[in-house]
Ligand binder design. Structure first.
Ligand SMILES: [Zn+2]
Length: 418
C-alpha cells in the first residue's frame, strides 16, 4: 500500500480545543450529556464546519449526524468513519470527540488534496454513546443496526424527568439544515479512532492499537439464601450464614478466574444483604458479577464454572444459591481485511503498534454485526478515561488521525473492489 496524504495536525488540535470548550468543566474536562444543550451545540458546530467545506449534512431520526464527501461513484455504499460527541458528566475531552474530529480531518484532507475516492466517505457522529443520561448507551448505533427504535426505548427519562423523545425531537429541530435520511443502509466499511481507555499501549510504548474486536460481557445476579439467626447464640454448626457463603464464593472466584487467564475480567461491583443488622446472621445476600472475555465459548465455560462453584460453596455452607443472567453481549470480532489495513497503515508510518482487544463497549460493536468494521486506539495518559484529567499527547492525536486517514483511503479502494 502507498502512503496517503499528510493530515493537518494543527487544524485537528484546534478543532479538539474548540469542541472541548463546549460543556467545559472547571477541572479541564467536558460535561456534554447526550441530546442536551451542549451536545446540540457540538452537533451544530460540526455541521457548520462540514457545510463550509461543501460536505452534505444529514441526520436520521435517532439524531445520528452524517457529513458526506462525494466520491467518483456515489451509488456505492459509503465508507463510514466517526465516533460520538456526547460525554460522561465528568468526562474527558478526547473520549468520542477524538474519533469524530479526526474523521472530519480526514474529509478535510481529502478535500484539500482534491483526492477522488471510488465511493463516498462519510463522517458519522453517533447519538448517546455514553448512556449516562439516557439508558442504554450506544443508542444511535444500535438503532442504526436494528433499523428501527425497539419498543420501549422511547420511554426513557433522565434523572431530572426529561423525556428522551422530547430531547430527541428538540435536537433534530435544532439542525434544520440537515437533510433527513432513513436508518441504516449498506456501508463499505466502518472505522473508528478512539482513546484506549486503558493502560496497555502506554505500558508497551505503542502509539497505535490495532483493535481486533471487543470483548463480550455477561452480567450475573447471584442470590444466596440462608437463615436469619441470632449472632450471639447460634453456634457455627447451626449457622446458615448467607454472607459467609457469599464471601467465600467471591474470594474463590478472585483466586481462580483472572489468575488463570490474562484475558478474563471478573468484577463484583454490587452486593446487598438482609436484614443488615450488626447482631443478626444475614439470611439473604445478592451480588452482581460482571464477566468479560474476548472469546464467546470461554464466557460460556466461565459461567458454568461460576454456577458450579456457587452451588457447591452454598451447599457446604448450609445455604441455597441461584444464578441469573441479567445481560449478555457477545464479543465482536472485527473484519480481518480492515484489521490488516489498519496495521499496515501504522507500519507504513513507522508508528509502533500492537494488536489488542477493546475492554470497553463502542459503537463499532454494533456496526461489526452489519458489515466490515475495525477500530484504531491511541494511548491515554495513565490509562485514565471517563475522567476530567483524560489526556492524549498531541503527537499521539496526530498519529491516530493519520492512521485513520491512510486506512480510510486504503479501505475505500480495497473493500469496494473486493
Ligand atoms: Zn467513547
Amino acid at each position: 500500500m502507498t502512503r496517503g496524504p499528510v493530515i493537518d495536525g494543527r487544524r485537528l488540535l484546534a478543532h479538539l480545543d474548540a469542541f472541548a470548550a463546549i460543556g467545559a468543566t472547571p477541572a479541564g474536562g467536558v460535561n456534554r450529556p447526550a441530546l442536551g444543550p451542549h451536545d446540540r451545540a457540538a452537533r451544530a458546530l460540526l455541521a457548520e464546519l462540514g457545510a463550509a467545506r461543501g460536505f452534505s449534512v444529514f441526520q436520521d431520526a435517532a439524531a445520528n449526524l452524517f457529513l458526506r464527501r462525494a466520491g467518483a461513484d456515489n451509488d456505492r455504499p459509503p465508507m463510514l468513519i466517526g465516533s460520538h460527541l456526547d460525554s460522561q458528566p465528568t468526562g474527558g475531552r478526547f473520549d468520542g470527540a477524538l474519533g469524530t474530529l479526526a474523521a472530519l480531518e480526514v474529509l478535510e484532507t481529502l478535500e484539500d488534496q482534491k483526492i477522488v475516492t471510488a465511493g463516498p466517505v462519510e463522517l458519522v457522529a453517533w447519538t448517546n454513546e455514553e448512556g449516562s443520561r439516557f439508558s442504554p448507551g450506544a443508542f444511535g448505533s444500535q438503532v442504526y443496526a436494528h433499523g428501527a427504535f425497539p419498543a420501549g426505548w422511547q420511554d426513557a427519562v433522565d434523572s431530572n424527568g426529561a423525556r428522551l423523545t422530547d430531547e430527541l425531537a428538540a435536537t433534530l429541530t435544532a439542525l434544520p439544515a440537515a437533510a433527513e435520511r432513513p436508518f441504516g443502509g449498506r456501508f463499505t466499511g466502518y472505522l473508528e479512532l478512539h482513546i484506549e481507555q486503558g493502560p496497555l499501549l502506554e505500558r508497551d510504548g505503542a502509539l497505535i492499537g490495532v483493535v481486533e474486536g471487543i470483548q463480550g460481557t455477561r452480567w450475573l445476579e447471584v442470590s444466596i439464601e440462608g437463615q436469619v439467626a441470632h449472632a450471639g447464640t447460634t453456634p457455627l454448626a447451626d449457622r446458615h450464614d448467607a454472607m459467609a457463603v457469599a464471601a467465600t464464593i467471591i474470594a474463590r472466584l478472585q483466586e481462580t478466574v483472572m489468575p488463570a487467564d490474562a484475558d478474563a475480567r471478573l468484577t463484583v461491583g454490587r452486593l446487598s444483604l438482609t436484614p443488615g443488622a450488626v447482631n443478626v446472621i444475614p439470611g439473604e445476600v445478592t451480588f452482581s458479577i460482571d464477566l468479560r472475555h474476548p472469546n464467546g465459548p470461554e464466557i460460556e465455560r466461565l459461567e458454568a464454572e461460576i454456577i458450579g462453584l456457587t452451588a457447591e460453596t452454598a451447599a457446604s455452607g448450609g445455604c441455597h444459591a441461584s444464578v441469573r443472567t441479567s445481560m449478555d453481549v457477545a464479543p465482536a470480532r472485527f473484519d480481518r481485511r480492515l484489521i490488516g489495513i489498519v496495521e499496515d497503515s501504522a507500519k507504513q508510518r513507522a508508528f509502533p503498534c500492537r494488536r489488542m482487544f477493546s475492554g470497553a463497549f463502542h459503537d463499532a460493536l454494533f456496526m461489526a454485526r452489519l458489515g466490515p468494521a475495525a477500530m484504531i486506539f491511541v494511548p491515554c495518559r495513565g490509562g485514565l478515561s471517563h475522567n476530567e484529567a483524560e489526556y492524549v499527547e498531541p503527537h499521539q492525536v496526530i498519529a491516530g488521525a493519520q492512521v485513520l486517514c491512510d486506512a480510510t483511503l486504503e479501505a475505500v479502494a480495497a473493500l469496494a473492489t473486493a
